[in-house]
Design a protein around this ligand. Structure first.
Ligand code: GLC
Length: 456
């Protein structure tokens, strides 16, 4: 176990310096430690709650502020452990910790697709939260976080894939917001070419998340469902090798190098935002967090960017969809301070704290009442639009693949990446992907029965 603890410490230290942009206090540092007075050391509260927080944009800062507030109220201490940006990398780290029964982290950030993967390692929060409290959160996420009747994480913030556009450029060249992929191709190409002629040689039409990681699975879901495709059928079987999916992948492949930079195959959310925020893309697919940053007073794009639903196909079953994302908070069953950890989760997911995060960081709440909160809607009017978009979500196949979801997603993103990069013909790659997903689906039922012990 000690070996694994060291692994976490080393990993966290490296990850903080590599991935996180903001300040951090994960394990303190020499300077701060030497500044601590003897008095403050003597008064050090006994209980230290260790929590993993995101490090994208304002996430870390907001988490630190909340931790300080909670420390003041309770006299407990909080240590924030920051993480790599990519969801699947986080999961690998967490699984390492859980498998070694590590007590090094009390509260875990849980991606919307992980409840089935992590259920055995997290306590049942239904034993600590009243039904009334639970009913204040979006039911779809509560259901998602409930595995075999156990509520393994409380929803903290919600994500949905949205379509960002430069309204100044649409106006300049006399275009409407594209609502279909066909329109997107025409408008993106036109503005890109005209902007290049006008001197911005680095301008591209569209950017999204094309790196081989969880974010590409997310994008692929949106492509498939927007044109009437799918990944799994009504009986939980793989139906990924269908015509709409194939045609859409061929279309996206064609975009690369024409209206989308080839670098997109290495983009996560932050690289896509970087290109868009530098003024070098007309349209972008991203999560809502980017809106507040793009419209911040010190951003040169402030007032020029808006967001709406992603474009749709035009054939049967097409529609405007966004993949559901978001993060919840779960308490480790190996935590030595479960009571305090639950109390901190309750504090972080409270109405007041979620409202503060929404106002100060544009982070989307998981409590339905907040989408009707007048003060919030006045300060962040986009949330009114977002609550309508939440009616058109697409779910990644987390329920179908259960504890094998991360393997299924890796199959999807690796395969889609090789298709988009032109490394493999789309036809045969999709067939092989279908076979691999089918094999995983066969394994799911058997192994989930073997793994589950249901104990807190
Ligand atoms: C965001 C979403 C999360 C998703 C990840 C993919 O963090 O909230 O659900 O898995 O992006 O990059």
């Amino acid at each position: 176990m000690e070996k694994n603890l060291r692994t976490l410490r080393t990993a966290t230290f490296v990850m903080i310096s590599l991935f996180c942009l903001g300040p951090h206090d994960a394990f303190g540092n020499q300077e701060n430690a030497s500044e601590q007075s003897i008095e403050s050391v003597q008064k050090k509260p006994e209980i230290i709650i260790k929590i993993t927080c995101g490090c994208k944009a304002l996430q870390l800062k907001l988490c630190q502020q909340a931790a300080e507030e909670w420390e003041k109220i309770t006299g407990n201490r909080v240590e924030i452990i920051t993480l790599p940006n990519e969801s699947n990398e986080r999961l690998n780290l967490f699984l390492q910790l859980f498998r070694s029964k590590s007590r090094d982290v009390d509260i875990f950030l849980v991606d919307v697709t992980w409840p089935g993967v992590l259920a055995n390692y997290l306590i049942d929060l239904r034993k600590h939260f009243k039904e009334k409290e639970i009913s204040e959160f979006y039911e779809v996420i509560i259901n998602n976080n409930t595995v075999r009747g156990r509520l393994v994480a409380i929803p903290w913030y919600v994500d949905i894939g949205i379509f960002y556009y430069r309204k100044d450029l649409l106006k300049k060249y006399g275009h409407k917001i594209p609502t279909t992929w066909d329109e997107l191709e025409v408008v993106a190409a036109d503005i890109q070419n005209k902007e290049r002629q006008n001197g911005n040689s680095r301008m591209w039409g569209y950017v999204f998340q094309g790196k081989s990681y969880e974010g590409l699975t997310v994008n692929a879901m949106e492509w498939f469902f927007s044109v009437g495709g799918s990944v799994t059928g009504p009986n939980g079987e793989s139906i990924i090798d269908v015509e709409p999916n194939r045609t859409m992948l061929e279309r996206v492949h064609e975009w690369i190098g024409s209206i989308v930079p080839s670098g997109v195959l290495g983009y996560t959310e932050e690289e896509a935002r970087g290109v868009f925020q530098s003024g070098n893309a007309v349209f972008m697919r991203n999560w809502p967090y980017a809106l507040a940053l793009l419209n911040a007073p010190d951003c040169h794009l402030a007032g020029k960017v808006e967001a709406t639903s992603l474009p749709a196909g035009t054939g049967a079953g097409s529609g405007h969809v966004g993949t559901l994302g978001g993060w919840s908070l779960g308490v480790s069953k190996f935590s030595q301070h479960q009571r305090e950890a639950v109390a901190f989760v309750r504090f972080l997911t409270s109405y007041k704290e979620q409202k503060r995060r929404a106002i100060e960081g544009g982070i989307s709440p998981t409590r339905h009442a907040l989408y009707k909160d007048e003060e919030l809607l006045t300060k962040q009017p986009f949330f009114a639009k977002l609550s309508n978009m939440l009616g058109n979500i697409v779910l990644r196949p987390a329920v179908q693949f259960g504890h094998l979801y991360n393997q299924a997603s890796a199959e999807i993103f690796n395969s889609v990446h090789s298709m988009l990069a032109g490394n493999r013909p789309i036809d045969s790659a999709l067939k092989q992907l279908h076979e691999r997903l089918s094999l995983l689906l066969k394994k799911v039922g058997k192994q989930s029965r073997e793994c589950f012990d249901g104990q807190d």
